[in-house]
Design a protein around this ligand. Structure first.
Ligand code: GLA
Length: 381
């Protein structure tokens, strides 16, 4: 374990300030955020740490300890397209903040994370939010946390090329220790919800699968939802997003949509309803009800939204065979990455063993099992 401040000192020969932002876990509400819908995430207790000190020359010099890579770029001027992909997040958030009127100065940065990278746990948002917060602090200023989250989202759209929703940066910026957040992605308001359920907890299972086309498939799904909205808005001007369509209304108008568009929309409108139902069930501690909705979410992501993978389906099936597991599903954008399982604390060792055995039996390697606890959002450490 290298402490990121010592890594920074060894790399840049001076003392940094250290900032960090968390990855995220999501109870439920997948592919609903960019449809103006509801999500129910919490900040996980794994963080991306950024050690930082200002520079006078308007440049960012960055050392990624995890990847052993270095990159440097000017805050303004033409973009160098040979920069490593991760630098798009760093430079993107800096440039968006500057374009939005925040004074951002150049900096030396060293980055280290224990959020699994590219595993559907919000690693890119954690990086953007931590870097954005650090750069503002170095410039002797700050921004409202929601503005920071919106700048991180814009960096994904404008620099990284993913038209992602607000969920991940929101929770990286505004996560609350010990709580999940029910976020209304239209109003951008959130209410606190429990992150744990009596004796049961959420366990994350990392399949390690990465799908090369995940970003473009994500953008395609978003475009399909927009197509559905265009068709459903004809004759009903109330419809601005899939948020405005109930499951019953969608059924009544099924014939107006191509089959695939209909199924994408069906996932979203039911997922919104499930998310509200889970928030209510969490508040009254109804474990069985929460578990049922998690499973229904997985089936819908697999069959209607088509963003599962054999590894994720196996992790869900194998979890459900373990006594003490109430529900399981894939999380994040899907196609690879992680699943979660809602499990009685006492059953966690049994679940861990069963998942490792089933996964190794079929795929010849072990998944990573991560126990979670709801942490706070971005901060100076
Ligand atoms: C990714 C995106 C989020 C959200 C999820 C799916 O994590 O960054 O905005 O759309 O996928 O729910």
């Amino acid at each position: 374990m290298h402490d990121i401040a010592s890594v920074f000192a060894a790399e840049f020969g001076r003392e940094p300030r250290v900032f960090s932002a968390p990855g995220r876990v999501n109870w439920i509400g997948e592919h609903t955020d960019y449809n103006d819908g509801f999500v129910l995430p919490f900040a996980m207790d794994r963080r991306t740490r950024v050690a930082a000190a200002p520079r006078e020359d308007g440049r960012l010099r960055v050392f990624s300890h995890d990847l052993g890579e270095r990159a440097a770029a000017a805050l303004d001027g033409p973009l160098d397209h040979r920069l490593p992909h991760w630098m798009e997040y760093v430079l993107g958030v800096a440039r968006v903040l500057a374009a939005r009127g925040h004074p951002v100065c150049g900096a030396d940065l060293a980055v280290r994370t224990d959020v699994p990278i590219g595993a559907g746990l919000g690693s890119s948002a954690a990086l953007e939010v931590a870097v954005g917060y650090a750069l503002l602090a170095l410039a002797g200023t700050s921004a409202p946390r929601l503005d920071l989250a919106l700048a991180a989202q814009a960096a994904e759209h404008e620099y990284a090329g993913t038209r992602c929703g607000i969920m991940d940066p929101y929770v990286a910026a505004l996560g609350r220790e010990g709580h999940a957040l029910l976020i209304d992605c239209r109003s951008l308001e959130a209410t606190a919800a429990p992150a744990e359920l009596g004796g049961a907890t959420l366990v994350v299972c990392n399949s390690w699968v990465k799908h090369d086309l995940a970003a473009s498939i994500y953008n395609d799904r978003r475009a399909e939802c927009e197509r559905g909205v265009t068709l459903l808005a004809r004759g009903d001007e109330r419809v601005r997003a899939l948020r405005d369509v109930s499951p019953a209304e969608l059924e009544a108008r099924r014939g107006e949509l191509p089959e695939v568009t209909y199924r994408r929309c069906r996932h979203v409108v039911h997922e919104n309803a499930r998310t509200l139902a889970v928030a209510a069930a969490l508040r009254v501690g109804d474990v069985a009800e929460v578990g049922r909705h998690l499973l229904a979410s997985h089936a819908s992501l697999r069959d209607d939204y088509e963003v599962s993978a054999p590894e994720l389906d196996l992790l869900v099936e194998a979890a459900m065979a373990v006594p003490g597991v109430h529900g399981a599903r894939l999380i994040g954008r899907g196609l690879g990455g992680c699943t979660i399982a809602l499990v009685d604390r006492a059953a966690v060792p049994g679940l861990t063993g069963a998942l490792a055995a089933a996964f190794r039996g079929r795929f010849g390697r072990s998944p990573e099992i991560i126990e979670t606890r709801a942490a706070g959002g971005v901060r100076e450490d």
